[in-house]
Design a protein around this ligand. Structure first.
Ligand code: ADE
Length: 341
């Protein structure tokens, strides 16, 4: 599809002027520190802005620079990520920080091509960082931007990634590439929403081929799984402890992270039920029961000598890389403090 350059310029100016007056005030939009922008873009992969805000602030307090992140131990990085999900992001970012220190004198590279060579930085993230932090003319296409492009241009139901990035590059305002990319994301997140788009509030509605309609992939099917965990607590003179178990390092989901010991979902006794919670991970809805066992039962069923299990002081829990579900359960039971908001 060929668009007239004057129409493209008008599109850019309308979108940017809307962004200048409507953009949400987000902490990573108040900084020009490339490391901070990198952290935000990694956290925002597959994760909503509202979920990221607290994690972003805490992570930068714990690891205020690339150097601080590079010298940290991996479990500390995972502990700071616990509850945000997709833990591979944290591991790869930690590795990338070490590469930046060792191979780039501690300074993040400036172009999308160079950034892309770092662990955990793909096509989208490299363009987002290069444009936002360094003003490079790279178009960033995430899920929100893809939807905007599909609706604005209409055309094929399933355009190839190449044709989408070609469209994005055609539209990009090369004078303000970082703002333009964020304006496209913002439009997708707040106006050009997947369901019930707010076309009457859209600054580029006159340019839009579809006014909010486009053929989309069917929504993903969720499956349900029952799962049960054992809660084992014991009192020591100086501390209350809970029994935790480490997931195998070979597990495909959350390897090496800590959780309550799993028991069979058929484990029956309703008297033991301490808590029931729901928890969604990617396409699975977990219906979770937490069952109480006594420390004496622990000695029979969950021998601590068989690593990887350990009795953990509850004051130490926030320093461990817990799974998001374990944290949710320990918080609901007020074993771990609630998050301060
Ligand atoms: N999603 C990905 N990057 C973002 C950003 N910089 N602002 C808002 N949402 C985003």
């Amino acid at each position: 599809m060929v668009i007239h350059p004057a129409a493209i310029r008008k599109f850019q100016l309308e979108l940017l002027s809307w962004f200048d007056s409507h953009a949400r005030d987000l902490p990573w939009r108040r900084t020009d520190d490339p490391y901070h922008i990198w952290v935000s873009e990694i956290m925002l992969q597959q994760t909503r802005v509202t979920a990221v805000l607290d994690y972003y602030a805490r992570f930068l307090t714990l690891f205020p620079s690339v150097a601080a992140l590079a010298i940290a131990e991996e479990p500390a990085v995972l502990a700071a990520w616990s509850g945000l999900g997709y833990y591979r992001r944290a591991k790869l970012m930690h590795q990338a920080a070490r590469v930046v220190i060792e191979d780039h004198q501690g300074t993040l590279p400036r172009t999308a091509e160079q950034l892309r060579r770092l662990p955990g930085i793909g096509a989208y993230t490299s363009s987002a960082i290069a444009s936002i932090a360094f003003g490079q003319p790279a178009a960033a296409v995430d899920g929100n931007v893809e939807r905007v492009l599909l609706r604005v241009f209409s055309g094929e139901a399933q355009p190839s990634p190449k044709s989408l990035s070609h469209r994005a590059a055609t539209l990009l305002d090369t004078q303000r590439p970082g703002d333009f990319n964020q304006a496209m994301m913002e439009l997708g997140a707040t106006v050009c929403r997947p369901q019930r788009p707010l076309c009457l509030h859209c600054p580029v509605q006159p340019f839009c081929a579809t006014r909010g309609e486009h053929r989309a992939a069917p929504p993903k099917k969720m499956r349900t799984r029952q799962i049960a965990y054992a809660l084992l607590r014991r009192e020591r003179t100086a501390a209350t402890q809970v029994l935790l178990q480490q997931r195998p390092l070979s597990a495909s989901l959350m390897p090496g992270m800590w959780e309550l010991p799993e028991v069979s979902a058929e484990e029956g006794d309703e008297q033991r039920v301490e808590l029931t919670v729901r928890h969604a991970i990617t396409v699975t809805n977990y219906q979770v029961r937490v069952l109480r066992f006594s420390p004496r039962e622990a000695a029979h069923r969950w021998a601590v000598r068989e690593s990887p299990r350990q009795w953990t002081d509850i004051s130490e829990l926030s320093r461990l890389p817990l799974t998001g579900l374990a944290r949710k359960v320990l918080r609901r039971l007020q074993i771990m403090p609630q998050e301060v908001r």
